[in-house]
Design a binder for this molecule. Structure first.
Ligand SMILES: [Zn+2]
Length: 232
């Protein structure tokens, strides 16, 4: 069973991070989450009770985790503690990981079009840097697999929330480049472009590898998990 690993973090051996693929099953529905997160924890050799899962709200709240709880409302979790494993579920939205290697700060964001329209990534960089006294250019980022500009068709009202440079028009349809929206938001918060890795995987295109809300069009969402933590 494959886990997608960010290359940009590979030299940091204390980090435990990745995105599950379809073969790991769903991480959204509570009973499935319980079963599948246990299997994942076993594979990662971590305690499943130390996983802190974000309660997705499509908002832009930044939540600082000081002790582990099972679930936090919000789309951005931040931690400076070892042995806490942040998790968000995604099924087309963009998972974004942050790591500051000197002070050992981590953050994990669920960035959908709603969160991005509310500048969740820009806010996250700003708040994290203020809280810990760190610099944006020292942060390292991974922008993970999500629905890409080949498939993310939106209504004109949604497209209007994003800069024109992120919109493409094909046969009278509008498409947003969400990953690039995420990257430009990080750059506007003074991130270093050399410290940003962007996955080229489209969750809609790669039907064997990922769940995709748009492609599957089901009422109940099935989702992969993005996770990020530091070993104890
Ligand atoms: Zn695609």
């Amino acid at each position: 069973m494959e886990i997608v690993r960010p290359k940009i973090f590979s030299k940091y051996k204390s980090l435990i991070c990745g995105i599950t693929t379809r073969s790991w099953g769903d991480f959204k529905e509570p009973a499935e989450y319980k079963k599948n997160s246990k299997r994942l924890a076993k594979k990662l050799k971590i305690d499943p009770a130390r996983i802190v899962k974000a309660g997705i709200q499509n908002g832009s709240d930044i939540v600082f985790i000081d002790k582990n709880k099972k679930n936090y409302p919000g789309d951005c979790l931040v931690s400076s503690k070892r042995n806490i494993y942040l998790m968000v579920t995604v099924a087309d939205c963009v998972p974004v990981m942050f790591f500051e290697p000197q002070r050992k700060i981590i953050a994990l964001v669920h960035a959908g079009w709603k969160g991005l329209a509310k500048s969740i990534l820009k806010k996250a960089v700003k708040k994290i840097c203020m809280k810990y006294g760190i610099r944006p250019e020292n942060l390292i980022f991974y922008i993970g697999p999500s629905i890409s500009k080949c498939h993310f068709e939106v209504r004109p009202a949604v497209a209007g929330l994003f800069p024109a440079s992120l919109i493409t028009k094909r046969s009278n349809k509008l498409f947003i480049d969400l990953k690039n929206a995420a990257k430009s938001q990080l750059l506007s918060a003074r991130a270093d472009t050399k410290k940003i890795e962007v996955s080229s995987d489209c969750t809609y295109c790669l039907s064997k590898k990922y769940f995709s809300f748009r492609r599957e069009g089901k009422k109940t969402i099935t989702a992969q998990a993005a996770f990020l933590g530091m070993k104890k």
